[in-house]
Design a protein around this ligand. Structure first.
Ligand code: ADP
Ligand code: ADP
Length: 237
């Protein structure tokens, strides 16, 4: 089944007299385990779409259902009509985020940063510790558990961010140019790792990127252009 489903999604930013229509009437389904790239020029609305899918913002029109657990009930939740607190609770378990900038907490170690979502999800410290450690080992940071973000390299920080995104075993990871700040070789390593872990955990991935060579390696490629989303065939990417 679908982990995220959108129907008739529109977004218009309004600030005073300034009205910015971004997209209209988008339909999109992300199936379990599927990896999907979203391409588009700068300003096309890729980040806006990802924020809506992740419940970080709400659409002007349309519905978004996310398959996840809320108050102990596993269901498809209509996130646009939930309260902010409810959306936050659903997001913590159902979704993982990786951004261009790592957003790790600077005062906490790599281990503590990855433990945090597990603790927020209600698990005890031992459980959080063993899961965070397991995932940091899986991303090649077993020797960096006690390092703070400032003591890690750029690639290591993104690997820690990947570990944090996956630690609650989300149904879907949302990535917004997660390798955009890294040099080519480091970026390739982090991207390969994300794909490998996503596939191993059978987690879906929605990846916003402007890099067609990365997009091509995912199951499906969509392009956001002039407010519409269309699927590109293999020869078009
Ligand atoms: P992309 O990620 O494809 O570069 P964005 O989703 O960031 O595009 O932006 C799409 C459009 O929406 C742009 O015209 C941008 O200026 C506008 N926009 C983005 N965020 C806001 C906001 N918070 N308020 C007003 N306009 C915004
Ligand atoms: P366990 O065997 O009890 O799951 P591990 O230390 O092997 O303990 O793993 C701890 C956590 O890290 C688990 O949530 C597991 O799903 C995750 N994990 C470990 N290795 C991987 C991997 N290669 N890919 C994805 N997740 C992993």
């Amino acid at each position: 089944g679908a982990v995220i489903q959108c129907r008739g999604l529109s977004k218009t930013y309004r600030e005073g007299k300034l009205v910015t229509p971004v997209f209209q009437g988008l339909d999109l389904s992300i199936q379990a385990g599927e990896t999907v790239a979203i391409l588009g020029a700068s300003g096309a609305g890729k980040s806006t779409l990802l924020h809506l899918l992740g419940g970080l913002d709400i659409p002007t029109e349309g519905d978004i259902w996310v398959d996840g657990e809320f108050n102990g009930v596993r269901a498809c939740w209509d996130i646009a009509s939930m309260s902010n607190a409810a959306r936050g609770q659903l997001r913590n378990k159902a979704l993982g985020f990786v951004y261009q900038f790592h957003h790790l907490l600077p005062e906490f170690t790599a281990l503590e940063n990855v433990m945090l979502p597990v603790l927020l999800g209600g698990a005890d410290v031992n459980e959080a510790n063993s899961r965070a450690k397991g995932l940091l080992e899986a991303v090649g940071l077993g020797h960096r558990l006690a390092h703070k973000p400032g003591e890690l390299s750029g690639g290591e920080r993104q690997r820690a961010a990947v570990a944090r995104a996956l630690v609650n075993k989300p149904a879907c990871v949302l990535g917004d140019e997660p390798t955009g700040n890294l040099d080519e070789k480091t970026a390739a390593g982090v991207f390969a790792l994300m794909l490998e872990l996503n596939r191993a955990q059978k987690t879906s991935l929605v990846l916003v990127t402007h890099d067609r060579s990365l997009a091509r390696r995912l199951d499906r490629v969509m392009e956001l252009h002039e407010g519409k989303l269309r699927e590109l065939g293999a020869g078009q990417v």
